[in-house]
Design a protein around this ligand. Sequence first.
Ligand SMILES: Cc1cc2nc3c(=O)[nH]c(=O)nc-3n(C[C@H](O)[C@H](O)[C@H](O)COP(=O)(O)OP(=O)(O)OC[C@H]3O[C@@H](n4cnc5c(N)ncnc54)[C@H](O)[C@@H]3O)c2cc1C
Length: 264
Amino acid sequence: MLAPVKVAVCMKEVPAAAAPKRIDPGTKRLDRSVEGALNDFDTHALEEALRLKDSAAETEVVVVSMAPERASESLRKALAMGADRVVLVSDEAAAGSDLVATTAVLAAALERESPDLTLFGQQAGDADGAVLWAAIADRLRLPMISQAASLELQDGKVRSKRQTEFGYDVLEAPLPCVVAVSDAINDPRYPSLKGIMGAKKKPQDVVSLADLGVEPGRAGEAGSRTAVLALAEPPSRGDSRRIEDDGGSAATEILSYLTERKLL
Ligand SMILES: Cc1cc2nc3c(=O)[nH]c(=O)nc-3n(C[C@H](O)[C@H](O)[C@H](O)COP(=O)(O)OP(=O)(O)OC[C@H]3O[C@@H](n4cnc5c(N)ncnc54)[C@H](O)[C@@H]3O)c2cc1C
């Protein structure tokens, strides 16, 4: 049996897979008014936290998110899977936050929770930055492991296998620390009917920037260091030729196409 720990899992609401994706030309931001869903990658981080809870019942799993208040709906799924509570940072002044502003807010929320272990997914399926966890660890001055394909807690340390191009690195970091898990680490559980019913009674705290002591100038557009200046369609691909495989002739045709252009 493991010693209980406090685990924070950072989870983001992203546009649902079937929702249309478009950039609003007025705000130059992704239109997030469409149906939302929990970022799939983050359910792997939650699963890992729930496995720690399965081996030490007193382990507390708190989900931390920054999003408009309506994200509570998507975040309820995390409670149904087994998380204990949700802290949702929601504030008009946070709209339009780039990476710098987002990390200022999330780092403040995590500082307030002071978890032993902070888990992230490998990337958010909308912006696909795969960098937020590194920026958070830097702000909190904590050790960080990314692309974790396994996670064990022992003697106040995290031990993890990190996926690389050539195999695995085995890494160890003292708690408190930050770990971004790979999507190969586990198969996230489905919420049970009991979990779905119980989720409605679990706490979902919505906090403002003021609650976290974050000045409005550090979040939203005011706290951002990047700005989208213009939007444009991607350039067209130029000349292209479709080669159909007519009775096995495609290979010869591709060969002569490449030879004509001196590409072979
Ligand atoms: C100019 C500008 C304006 C923007 N305006 C908005 C906006 O109005 N609304 C908006 O949602 N985004 C906005 N973004 C995008 C936002 O900055 C990024 O979503 C954010 O920096 C995280 O980057 P990412 O999504 O690439 O996450 P990644 O680095 O790919 O995410 C890694 C992990 O971090 C965690 N994570 C990421 N985001 C959150 C979150 N919000 N809460 C909890 N955990 C999280 C998840 O565990 C995720 O798996 C804007 C970006 C720019 C450049």
